[in-house]
Design a protein around this ligand. Structure first.
Ligand code: GLN
Length: 472
């Protein structure tokens, strides 16, 4: 029996290379856990029937001496990342049974490295949500406490890793969808710099904000996957190689701590955040208070720009080009019926909101203002990064909340994103690292420490993230 609970990508790789176990045995170990736990947790939308066949191929690669660190590593893939020939549904009825006709670039890179895809994971429909309760196929539960949500929208991916139902997972992050579920489930979540990873083959939500990224057990695993997936891609004109080559390393970092509003935030989250800062200071890093004058507008700006992009990105789902179709008396009727019937409530809410903020007469008042404020935020960050190396905040204002607690109040759900949306608006990379727990009803709920760095300085996130792992 393989004890997968202790495995990391590096240690699994070593075992595979030494022949302690094969990729087939490793994959089987994960399939066994999925079979045991996933009827309750529901992290997966589908477990791939050919996972063991993929693992056999990985074993061949290992035998041939051409293995990479990712060869034979069992991955879970969010349901909005295309894998050729497999269903990619974005957990929406409108894409039920839609089969991808090509690989996303991140998929192709993982395939090339010899990774094994165990299955595709549940998510909030079209990645809209913070709890995975907006999936059209039922909610995912938090493996730490199944009465609670795993976060979202990549809740299935985070839960899969947290329950040891995958060694690593990919998610997507438009406003926090990798980092927030990672923090709720006690895993590491990385949103790379906008453009560091190709978006080609992701089902788009907000194209100027979306990034795919890893959810893992350790910061080192996150780094390994980031290194394997990054880089310019000719299929995504917004992707680019890092402009930094061999930046001199700096042992002690200056950590900027923004003076965010503390009222309304969970007491345990705040206490833990302060404790970790103190410990980082104890390690010789320097804390510096910074002001980000426009930070309080982040959430409002995000909830205008994101729906605007959603409304145009989702226009293609008309019942003709993709997925489900409902027939009415004429073409317009077909559109109305299809979109009314197969999009869930939250998706429709955002399409309507986005269409509104882009409409004549309201464009300047809403979309234009939000764009201008986004520029101010970018300016705040570039000023701050003249003084500090990284910026730290909690990942989420609260630990995992109860299932059903926020479903009837979209605004309270949106507030869960207060710390995460800014990195997407500014385009900088951000990581969430587990940093402690909060006791609730006998459960120890994980908390996340978020670190943001200047564009293409993921190296700083990994550097400080590893310190957080060591001191927490
Ligand atoms: N929770 C945020 C939202 O609902 C973020 C979603 C995401 O990053 N995909 O929009």
């Amino acid at each position: 029996m393989i004890d997968v609970s202790k495995l990391t990508i590096e240690s699994a790789h070593e075992h595979l290379m030494k022949g302690d176990f094969t990729a087939v045995e490793l994959t089987q170990a994960y399939l066994d856990i999925i079979a045991k736990k996933d009827s309750e947790i529901k992290a997966y939308r589908e477990v791939f029937a050919d996972a063991l066949d993929q693992a056999k191929v990985a074993d061949e690669i290992i035998k041939s001496g051409k293995a990479t660190l990712l060869t034979g590593i069992p991955f879970a893939m969010k349901d909005n990342i295309l894998i050729e020939g497999r269903i990619a549904g974005a957990s929406s009825k409108i894409l039920e049974n839609y089969k991808a006709s090509y690989d996303a670039t991140v998929t192709a890179k993982l395939k090339k490295a010899g990774a094994v895809f165990l299955g595709r994971t549940n998510m909030d429909e079209f990645a809209m949500g913070s709890s995975t309760e907006n999936s059209a196929y039922g909610a995912t539960k938090n493996p730490i406490d199944p009465s609670r949500v795993p976060g979202g929208s990549s809740g299935g991916s985070a839960a899969a890793v947290a329950m040891n139902g995958a060694l690593a997972a990919l998610g997507t992050d438009t406003g926090g969808s990798i980092r927030q579920p990672a923090s709720f489930c006690g895993t590491v979540g990385l949103k790379p710099t906008y453009g560091a990873l190709s978006r080609h083959g992701l089902i788009a939500m907000g194209s100027s904000l979306d990034q795919p990224g890893p959810i893992t057990k350790t910061v080192r695993d996150s780094e390994i996957i980031f290194e394997a997936l990054k880089g310019k891609d000719r299929y995504d004109s917004t992707s680019m190689d890092s402009p930094f080559k061999n930046v001199p390393s700096k042992e002690k970092l200056i950590i900027g701590v923004p003076d965010f509003k503390r009222d309304g935030l969970d007491k345990d989250v705040l206490e833990n955040f302060d404790v970790i800062l103190k410990k980082l200071e104890g390690e010789g890093h320097i804390l510096q208070k910074i002001s980000l004058p426009n930070i309080d507008y982040s959430l409002a700006v995000y909830y205008i720009l994101m729906p605007a992009e959603v409304s145009s990105n989702l226009a293609r789902f008309d019942g003709v080009k993709y997925g489900a179709h409902a027939s009415g008396k004429d073409l317009l009727d077909d559109y109305v019926l299809t979109r009314g019937q197969f999009f869930g409530k939250e998706v429709r809410r955002r399409i309507i909101l986005g269409t509104y903020v882009l409409s004549t007469g309201y464009y300047d008042a809403y979309y234009g203002k939000a764009r201008a404020t986004q520029d101010l935020l970018k300016h705040d960050f570039s000023e701050a990064f003249k003084k500090v190396d990284v910026i730290a905040t909690p990942t989420s204002p609260m630990p995992a909340f109860k299932a059903g607690e926020k479903t009837s109040d979209p605004l309270s759900m949106y507030l869960a994103d207060i710390f995460t949306v800014t990195a997407n608006l500014v385009g900088v990379p951000a990581i969430s690292v587990p940093c402690g727990t909060a006791d609730r009803e006998g459960a120890k709920l994980p908390l996340g420490f978020q670190i943001m760095a200047p564009h293409f300085r993921e190296d700083l996130l990994f550097q400080l993230g590893k310190v957080v792992e060591a001191v927490r």
